[in-house]
Design a protein around this ligand. Structure first.
Ligand code: 5AD
Ligand code: SF4
Length: 439
């Protein structure tokens, strides 16, 4: 049997695309390789959101030249968001001639054809342009876990935040038909899946491209009815589209997890406007108040970019102030990264790296105490955990997550993986909790 290895960079959307690629390869007779030396095909599923991720991919591709020389039959392939950029494809086809197959984010389903074409001709195959805008419902996925699964509900993004490359790499927003989503989740539930994470770049605008009146809140209510599903999560929300109907569900549906990831990006109205986010800091704070009024235990997490072009010390102070006002359970923080082709790349007043790094550090200092403070509230409490895996550092220790998304470590037998168990929290740290299994 031929063997494959997939290296995934970037977000959950990419992780799930890799699960689909894995399913496609296994359906044409490949099996998973343990190492890159053992693989007959290596696929890099890439991310273009920040330059650092791109540099890592290019570095690792370069390192594979030697392996390809040793094993000329090895097929090297690259896909994902980076491949939607002409300059990168040109760079790879001219500087990394050992890459055999390049395909785009919309052409995953064509992989068997592309492998075939490469094997017949020995020529580099490039297939980026999508021919068919319809959503392909025939592809399944080899999911990493049986008890928790990613489910795409929509593809693409129409928001064009001025810093972001995603609308150019993932194309226009399209929602999947609710029947297809429900059928997929019913099938998952019938094979033991307990938790679903609904994926989309902007899940709050789900339904806009459907030919009927059906919203994200409607979809969650319908998923809530599916037997066997115990937890519903989603990623990612955009504050401008969050609806009252969705917020109300937090007080109504017990399967909807006590967690909202709501990227704010900046606390300065001037910067939010320049980012084309279409809300103000006041709008954002109001949303948080409404959500907490409905569910006081909810954990709120966010994404923040520091050093967007034109960000003054005062703008940055506004971000720190918003962080203090909201009190985020945790946040993904990013240094602004110039993405060629986006409006922000051409903006004047790009911020020096030194200033960006300094602000990043100061942001951490404000964020981290909140993480610890919120985690301390769990001390002595019994919480329900979906057990995910054995700890990487200690085989007696299991890890899992609370409904609010907190990572918990506790001693237990690995037969509990995939189960919902009660754990009493005994120790709180900034990023994790520790506890004891309640018998
Ligand atoms: N530079 C830095 N961070 C970015 N993000 C998106 N584009 C950029 C960029 N050019 C961040 C945003 C987004 C997250 C997925 O990545 O915070 O929410
Ligand atoms: Fe990028 Fe904005 Fe779309 Fe998110 S909503 S993918 S940040 S353009």
């Amino acid at each position: 049997m031929k063997k494959y290895l997939i290296k995934t960079f970037g977000c959950q959307m990419n992780e799930h695309d890799s699960e689909k690629i894995s399913w496609i390869l296994e359906s044409i007779g490949y099996e998973q390789a343990e190492s890159q030396e053992e693989a007959d095909i290596i696929i890099f599923n890439t991310c273009a959101v920040r330059k650092s991720a791109e540099d890592r991919v290019l570095g690792q591709i370069g390192e594979l030249k030697a392996l390809k020389r040793e094993k000329p039959d090895l097929i090297l392939s690259i896909c994902g968001c980076m491949m939607q950029r002409e300059d990168i494809v040109e760079y790879i086809t001219s500087k990394h001639k050992h890459v055999d197959i390049i395909f785009g984010t919309n052409n995953i389903h064509k992989l068997p054809q592309l492998i075939n074409r490469y094997e017949k001709t020995g020529q580099t195959v490039v297939d980026i342009v999508e021919e068919n805008r319809e959503i392909d419902e025939s592809i399944e996925a080899n999911r990493k876990y049986s008890f928790k699964s990613f489910v795409n509900i929509m593809y693409g993004c129409d928001n064009f935040c001025t810093y972001c490359i995603v609308p150019y790499t993932r194309g226009r927003e399209r929602s999947r038909e609710p029947e297809n989503i429900i059928a997929e989740i019913e099938k998952l539930a019938s094979t033991g899946c307990k938790e679903v994470t609904l994926l989309g770049q902007n899940v709050n605008s789900y339904g806009k491209t459907l030919d009927r009146d059906y919203s994200f809140a409607n979809l969650i209510e319908d998923i809530h009815k599916i037997d066997g599903i115990k937890r519903i999560r989603f990623m990612t929300s955009h504050p401008k589209d969050i609806s009252d109907d969705l917020i109300k569900l937090y007080g109504k549906l017990d399967k909807l997890c006590d967690h909202l990831h709501l990227p704010v990006q900046s606390g300065s109205n001037k910067i939010l406007k320049a980012m084309n986010r279409k809300y103000t800091r006041e709008d954002y704070l109001k949303i948080i108040d409404r959500v907490r009024a409905v569910n006081p235990d909810i954990s709120i997490t966010t994404d923040i970019i520091v050093g967007f072009p034109g960000e003054t010390e005062e703008d940055f102070e506004d971000t720190l102030d918003l962080v203090r006002k909201v009190g985020f359970d945790s946040a993904f923080t990013f240094l602004y990264s110039v993405r060629e082709g986006t409006p922000a790349a051409k903006m004047e007043d790009q911020i020096d790296m030194e200033v960006k790094n300094d602000r990043f550090q100061r942001l951490m200092e404000v964020l981290h105490p909140f993480g610890l403070e919120f985690n301390k509230k769990y001390l002595g409490k019994e919480v329900e955990i979906l057990v995910e895996e054995v700890s990487k550092n200690n085989e007696k220790v299991l890890t899992g997550r609370t409904t609010s998304g907190k990572l918990v470590h506790f001693e237990g037998d690995k037969s509990l993986i995939g189960e919902l168990v009660d754990v009493k929290i005994t120790k709180a740290k900034t990023f994790t909790l520790e506890g004891e299994l309640v018998k």
